[in-house]
Ligand binder design. Sequence first.
Ligand SMILES: Cc1ncc(C[n+]2csc(CCOP(=O)(O)OP(=O)(O)O)c2C)c(N)n1
Ligand code: SF4
Ligand SMILES: [Mg+2]
Length: 284
Amino acid sequence: MMTNLISKGTTTCEGCGMELIARSIVEVLGKNTIILTPPSCSAILTGFGDQTCWKIPSFQSNLENIAAYCSGISTALEFHNREDINVVALAGDGGTVDIGLQALSGAIERGHRFIYICYDNEAYMNTGIQRSGSTPVGAWTTTTPGGKKEIKKNIVEMLMAQGIPYIATASVGYIDDFKKKLAKAKDIDGPAYIHTLTPCATGWRFHSRETIKIAQLAVETNLYPLFEAIDGEIRVTKKISKVKSIEEYLKMQGRFKNITKEQVEYLETNAENYYNKLIEMEAK
Ligand SMILES: Cc1ncc(C[n+]2csc(CCOP(=O)(O)OP(=O)(O)O)c2C)c(N)n1
Ligand code: SF4
Ligand SMILES: [Mg+2]
């Protein structure tokens, strides 16, 4: 198993959830991998000029077109009978659910073989913590100083509606679950998508030592259920028997300082309903 395909010193913030996901990607997929990053915090790993943290081929796309680049690279590899090489996008939530959505949807519709990993830190962090379509209701960002009014976009449901052959959610708090899902995604003969929750100490306003705890709590409160769907068949990969309090999760993060009672109630009801819906779909 390869564990050293990213250099030791990087300039991500202390406790960055995205960096842990990046390290797990190279550990699971190994050196036969081409990694693409858009403008975002993952671009820190790709670097600039002749400096990079990756010890595998890497490519920097634009924010709106990473999936189009994946399509092209994947097609070229297919032409050269090099399907042993993994094509992987590591993109943020803004570059996925907002700005790059059209290219992603198109690449999935055409059925290219590539793995798209969205690391969701729930805002445009690299440019100064602006709200994205993936920012949850009630969260402070620099463009929602009183808390976001709108609800989080459910990109996983959108892509499932497109009939993607493999899709999963993951959390940096359950890294073995992420690695298993990535190993499955590698063997899919078509597009695979993993939506990964990666807390960001800088933008969410918590101490960097709490990254894993917060990522686990998001799952244990049912705010962020872990599941996968292979050809539309859902399997909940982490069953929650004793649901933890959403208030506990919110209190750990400065960004929810001004969340309203109604918004908390919405989060609680929605989390419960969505988890129950997934369990019902699994039973079917
Ligand atoms: C079309 C376009 N709009 C805006 C930008 C400026 N920009 C660069 S990185 C970035 C933030 C991306 O946010 P996200 O995808 O969530 O990744 P994160 O920074 O959170 O890691 C933005 C807005 C850009 N490069 N291209
Ligand atoms: S701003 Fe957040 S996502 Fe970006 S490097 Fe820092 S901790 Fe990681
Ligand atoms: Mg982001």
